[in-house]
Write a protein that binds this ligand. Structure first.
Ligand SMILES: [Zn+2]
Ligand SMILES: [Zn+2]
Length: 453
């Protein structure tokens, strides 16, 4: 077996929720010690010259009656069933095939020479079966479906290349080298473990909206250890912002600093060296480089309009990146202030989203991009909120700091977000309302519905 050098990095990304269902189904299908097989059918995304990702839309674990024989040394699917899979997912939907099988042991499995032989033939077969450039990826797991190895075959069945497998919210980048110099800045949080600090240091966060919530969020997550940022916001600092932007000065407002440059300054204050911050002073609608967003590990949207949140959600779904949405709302009713903040993290890869979860209003999103005359009409009719919504530093801080806590929980694993999260804080009752996300899952959302199994 030869491995070709200098190819782009190839990875397979399966959402935690999909992986859990698949794994349970595989373990159930396995009655004794025999091998089990399963399939994923994937879309391919070229993220850059050096990076290609595969995302499954569908998974299939054949039931025992789909096999000709089921023995410890190999499995043969019934031909009719196999052809049905190929016709439906490869021919009609042009999805790439991932074939997964298990080996009997509990340690990290290796592909056997029988695997090499069969897979090489299969890769050739697929290239003759389909004219569109369908690729074949194979994975082998131990009997518990924990340890694995993945590889992708060329269309001649001659070469294969290793594939990185990710089934969590964030990519495990342990393969990268990090300098092990002890950073005293994090001395008081080392109780959370070296691995958290390392992962934070390698994380790249896209922040859409660098206003009252976004700026605090960046300051807090920066202090926790995140050094790599992509900042997107078209607005400039104004005097009216000074009640809620940490360390912002009148002079910055007078000089009309872009908010992205001001937030970049916050990060650079923490990390004069060793940080990478790209500041883009444009709106997400005009920002053409989706690839840069696709390359980041997390998208955080903290804007004051529905349209940009909708676009952020669409990008998060398209590139299967985790999304966090932060917002606050203040209203006065009968002289009584009611204040809310909301943190929403839709599940990775779909299930529910900002649109079907009614966290943003699509009508309002459409209105926000409507021509000026229509907008004026909408405002006078009460359909659009004013731009100068009330906002205070302390409420924004509750929102931003809870968001940062959730990210820490996602990375460390002490928060289970498989089905997503939607928390709403209400003040002065000082209650956290947690939406039961189990009931938010939809099967027919235009934006996020998962394809049927
Ligand atoms: Zn095998
Ligand atoms: Zn949805």
């Amino acid at each position: 077996m030869q491995y070709k050098p200098k190819n782009p990095t190839i990875s397979l990304h399966i959402s935690p929720q999909m992986w859990q269902s698949f794994r349970e189904s595989m373990l159930t299908a396995k009655t004794n010690n025999e091998e089990v097989i399963g399939f994923f059918f994937c879309e391919r995304q070229q993220i850059s010259r050096y990076q290609i990702r595969y995302f499954p839309l569908v998974w299939v674990v054949p039931s025992p009656d789909c096999y000709e024989e089921q023995l410890t040394h190999g499995l043969v699917l019934k031909q009719s069933f196999h052809l049905y899979l190929l016709k439906t997912y490869v021919e009609e939907q042009r999805l790439h095939i991932v074939h997964i099988h298990t080996h009997a042991g509990g340690e990290t499995p290796n592909f056997s020479w029988i695997d090499d032989h069969h897979e090489s033939h299969y890769a050739k077969f697929i290239s003759t079966y389909s004219k569109s450039k369908i690729r074949f990826i194979s994975g082998v797991f131990d009997r518990f479906l924990q340890q694995s190895q993945f590889r992708i075959w060329d269309r001649k069945g001659e070469f294969c290349q290793s594939v990185f497998f990710h089934n969590s919210w964030f990519e495990n980048k342990d393969c990268l080298t990090v300098n092990n110099e002890k950073d005293l800045r994090f001395d008081r949080q080392q109780v959370f473990g070296e691995s958290l600090q390392k992962q934070l240091g390698q994380l790249t966060v896209t922040l859409i909206g660098c206003g009252g919530i976004g700026a605090i969020f960046a300051e807090l997550l920066g202090r926790l250890g995140v050094k790599n940022w992509l900042l997107i916001d078209p607005d400039r600092l104004e005097t009216v912002n000074l009640n809620r932007m940490p360390a912002a000065t009148s002079r910055m407002a007078q000089n009309r600093w872009y908010k992205v440059h001001y937030v970049k300054g916050l990060i650079k204050n923490i990390y004069p060296q060793g940080s990478h911050v790209k500041a883009i002073a444009t709106s997400i609608e005009n920002y053409s480089s989706q690839r840069e967003i696709a390359q980041s590990d997390l998208i955080v949207v903290a804007t004051d309009n529905h349209r940009s949140r909708q676009l952020s959600q669409e990008l998060a779904l398209k590139y299967m990146r985790p999304l966090m949405c932060l917002g606050t709302h203040i209203e006065i009713r009968d002289k009584m202030p009611r204040m809310y903040c909301r943190i929403s993290v839709p599940p990775l890869g779909g299930g529910w989203c900002l649109m079907c979860g009614n966290i943003i209003n699509l009508q309002q999103a459409a209105m926000e991009v409507a021509p000026n005359e229509i907008q004026h009409l909408a405002i006078s009719a009460g359909y659009l909120e004013g731009i100068n919504d009330p906002a205070v530093f302390w409420l924004n801080s509750i929102c931003a700091s809870t968001g940062v806590g959730i990210i820490q929980g996602m990375i460390s694993g002490f928060l289970d977000l498989k089905e997503g999260l939607d928390w709403i804080y209400h003040f002065p009752s000082s209650n956290w309302l947690k939406t039961d996300v189990e009931y938010m899952t939809t099967s027919n959302c235009y934006f996020c519905a998962n394809h049927p199994e």
